[in-house]
Design a protein around this ligand. Structure first.
Ligand code: NAD
Length: 361
């Protein structure tokens, strides 16, 4: 088994560098425990890229990301860059990385750790033991379709246009990811569309159904997106893997993440090309940046996903998850998940506690 890996570290802005620093501690302890050789190449992106190189995704940073075995991103953005032209905004780095690295599948697990079940705004019985995975198509659909823009009509009023387009091959490849990951989980896929209104998602339903013939061990169901939004808060445990389009996935994955209580807990993986990218789902949280208040667990859990999906070491992901679970069971909390009777710790202390657990595993 391969044991030398080169990682691109893209800490970004706000709390990005703080949470990535804790993830690096975890990477170093895993390196030692597993006898690996990790080369970590840190480069600026987002606002940090703009400040140093005049662009949110400097060419040199993209090159480092492209040449890496995997990419770990913190978060980008902040009020300091909000007045910039759209093409120079920090968030453009995300779109640039996704399209350059051909990351067409975004995997977002939403798992409720038993110790945090009361952090959810939903009733305990609705979310207890919840473990679902949203597979979102990331490089197609209405966010990229042409024509797009705002035009002036003959009567001088404006008309805004976006286009929902999906080709058969785009649908096939994302559906295949969903069936493959479901095989390693509870073997259930829910394909979400709006086939009653949108032809492009009618095709989506047809193609997913055709591909399902190759996956007879997986149960496939279809659901309209409006119903899915409702079912996610009514009875989320009915789902295992949800696969859906770019825009529906954008919305549903945020909704699913909040079932778990805190945005600071949720990792993600973007896969499809040769180099996959791992990142917490949260943003750069300028309101708490630099104060040691950020929860680093989403980024640490993203490292676990990296070992599962890029390095074919599923057992390492399980170890990272159980180290996090054990720290939570000891009542250790950052302020976003703090509750009565628990011990509040800083970003750095939370990282140290997870490292300590991993040293013992
Ligand atoms: P956000 O996710 O940064 O913050 C939302 C709220 O959650 C804030 O109150 C924040 O303090 C809290 N929060 C977020 N992460 C946390 C953590 N790890 N621990 C504790 N609390 C945490 O979203 P926002 O405020 O809408 O956006 C801030 C900036 O981040 C914007 O510039 C936005 O464009 C950018 N953004 C970047 C990404 C990304 O890099 N992938 C994603 C979303 C938003």
């Amino acid at each position: 088994m391969e044991n030398k890996f080169t990682l691109a570290l893209l800490p970004g802005d706000g709390i990005g560098p703080e949470v990535v620093q804790e993830a690096v501690k975890v990477l170093r302890v895993l390196e030692k425990n597993l006898g690996l050789k990790l080369t970590l190449n840190e480069v600026p992106v987002g606002g940090a890229g703009y400040e140093t190189e005049g662009h949110p995704l400097p060419k040199a940073s993209l090159k480092v990301a492209r040449e890496a075995d995997a990419v770990l991103l913190g978060a980008v953005g902040g009020p300091r860059w909000e007045q910039l032209d759209f093409s120079l905004r920090p968030e453009r780095a995300l779109l640039g990385l996704r399209s350059s690295l051909k990351l067409y599948a975004n995997l977002r697990p939403a798992r409720v750790f038993p110790a945090l079940v009361d952090a959810s705004t939903l009733k305990r019985e609705v979310v207890e033991n919840l473990d679902i995975l949203v597979v979102r198509e990331l490089t197609g659909g209405i966010y990229f379709g042409e024509p797009r823009g705002i035009e002036i009509q003959a009567d001088r009023t404006r008309r805004g246009i976006n286009t929902l387009v999906y080709t058969e091959s785009e649908i096939l490849r994302i559906a295949r990811v969903a069936f493959d990951v479901a095989r390693k989980r509870n073997k259930k896929v829910m394909s979400v569309d709006k086939a009653n209104v949108l032809e492009a998602t009618g095709l989506w339903r047809e193609v997913v159904t055709e591909l399902h013939k190759e996956y007879s061990d997986i149960t496939l169901d279809h659901m309209y997106v409006d119903n899915c939004a409702m079912q996610l808060v009514r009875a989320p445990k009915q789902f295992d893997v949800i696969v859906t389009t770019n825009m529906f996935g954008d919305i549903l994955s945020d909704q699913a993440s909040m079932l778990t209580g805190s945005i600071g807990m949720l990792p993600s993986a973007s896969i499809g090309g040769e180099t996959a990218m791992y990142e917490p789902i949260h943003g750069s949280a300028p309101d708490i940046a630099g104060k040691g208040l950020a929860n680093p667990l989403a980024t640490i859990l993203s490292v676990g996903m990296m070992f599962k999906y890029s390095f074919d070491r599923e057992a390492v992901n399980a170890k990272v998850e159980s180290a996090v679970e054990s720290v939570l069971n000891q009542g250790i909390r950052t302020c976003d998940i703090m509750s009565d009777g628990m011990t509040e710790v800083s970003t750095q202390e939370m990282g140290d506690r997870v490292v300590k657990e991993l040293e013992g595993l």
